[in-house]
Design a protein around this ligand. Structure first.
Ligand SMILES: Cc1ncc(COP(=O)(O)O)c(C=O)c1O
Length: 388
């Protein structure tokens, strides 16, 4: 072990696990008997595909948890973004604003929808879109025309914005919504990482036009793969559900489709796992809060490192814990990550800023500084609900 920080991180997990630890994953799912019971039920009843009681039940449970009437479950969070873009009728060849720091799926969903990503910078409290820089950027590039909001530089329409709630913490969504209104942009909240996160009793993802959640195996609850659309707007959810089920019209036996749809509905098998998981969400939230507080305390007095815990979210889900290297440690990022991984601690950097990746280099962007700085100083450390 070469670096004092990696040594300390390994020590922490040895202490948590009470022994010389084996491999410690970044975030592993926790299952109990219910998943087995519900899956067996699917197989015994032969309902394993996109129709079945668990699909409807999972939607009901998500909606209940979020305090809304409906939700729509789909095969993953990336497809949920794709579907949200289509449900909102954001036109092909229009630009959609997104932060330079997010999972690549946010950007690929935009491109796969026939739209154009336009990357903006983040602020360094929540790591979400910086509202001030966003407003400045839009004021420079936007022209209002009878056809709508146009990017003066590219001549494309700008139709929407996708703010991201990174690690389950609320980004500066209220300010972003005001700006979206000013420039007449639809808002899809990427709450992929935020299941269970609430601010002042409002679940993340419900302030914009549509929100999306991911139930990938590394999220706070999982359905294997899986995702959901949430919103207070039932008409939009209805439209999304119709599109997700091949746009098939209801009929006892006829195959009639009234538009080009998607085959994105979540399976009964996956939904069964999701139902069992969401029943335990409150328990996971408690466990994860305990772990976050423990880790926060551990890093309080470690020089050169800050524990990431923005105050923007009254009840965060504490999905993935992160530490930030201060100036003197930044040069050691790769060494620390190497050390941790060689010693069976699955530590990870944050994503590479998307505007720097080869497939996304040529898309429009603002002046991006903070996103690049963040990618040089953030380390995610193991955060599974079963650790403490
Ligand atoms: C911020 C963000 N957006 C979108 C996604 C896409 O979700 P999925 O992996 O379910 O496609 C993820 C999750 O992996 C994510 O973290």
């Amino acid at each position: 072990m070469e670096h004092p920080l990696s040594k300390y991180i390994c020590q922490i997990y040895s202490e948590i696990l009470g022994k010389q630890h084996e491999f410690v994953p970044l975030h592993e799912p926790v299952f109990t008997d219910k998943e087995h019971e519900y899956l067996k039920d699917c197989i015994n009843t032969t309902f394993v595909s996109s129709v079945g009681k668990y699909v409807d039940l999972f939607e009901k449970k998500i909606a209940e948890y979020c305090g809304i009437e409906n939700s729509v479950v789909v095969v993953n969070g990336t497809c949920a973004i794709n579907l949200a873009i289509k449900a909102l009728n954001l036109p092909e060849s229009s630009e959609i604003i997104l932060p330079a720091i997010t999972f690549v799926g946010t950007a690929s969903a935009i491109v796969q929808s026939g739209c154009i990503p336009n990357f903006v910078d983040i602020e360094n409290e929540t790591f979400g879109i910086d509202p001030k820089k966003l407003d400045e950027y839009l004021s420079e590039i936007v022209a209002f025309t009878p056809e709508g909001t146009i990017n003066k530089n590219t001549k494309n329409k700008i139709s929407g914005i996708i703010p991201v709630h990174i690690f389950g913490y609320q980004c500066k969504i209220d300010e972003i919504l005001i700006i979206a209104k000013k420039y007449k942009l639809k808002v899809i909240e990427d709450s992929a990482e935020a299941m269970g996160s609430k601010n002042n009793d409002i679940h993340l993802g419900l302030k914009g036009d549509l929100g999306i959640i991911s139930f990938n195996g590394n999220k706070i609850i999982t359905s294997g793969n899986g995702g959901a659309l949430i919103s207070k707007n039932n008409d939009l959810l209805k439209k999304a559900k119709h599109l997700s089920t091949t746009a098939k019209l209801n009929h006892p036996w006829k195959y009639q489709h009234d538009e080009i749809g998607f085959n994105y509905r979540l399976s009964n098998l996956s939904s069964a796992v999701g139902c069992a998981q969401i029943e335990k969400l409150s328990f996971f939230l408690e466990k994860k809060q305990k772990l976050a507080l423990f880790l926060q305390n551990k890093f309080k007095n470690f020089k050169g490192v800050k524990f990431h815990h923005p105050k923007t979210t009254s009840s965060p889900n504490n999905w993935l814990n992160a530490i930030l290297l201060e100036d003197n440690f930044i040069k050691d990022l790769d060494l620390i990550l190497d050390d941790c991984n060689k010693n069976n601690i699955m530590a990870r950097p944050i994503w590479e800023p998307l505007h720097k990746l080869k497939p996304y280099k040529s898309f429009p962007k603002s002046n991006i500084k903070e996103a690049v700085l963040l990618s040089k100083r953030l380390i995610n450390i193991p955060s599974s609900a079963n650790l403490l």
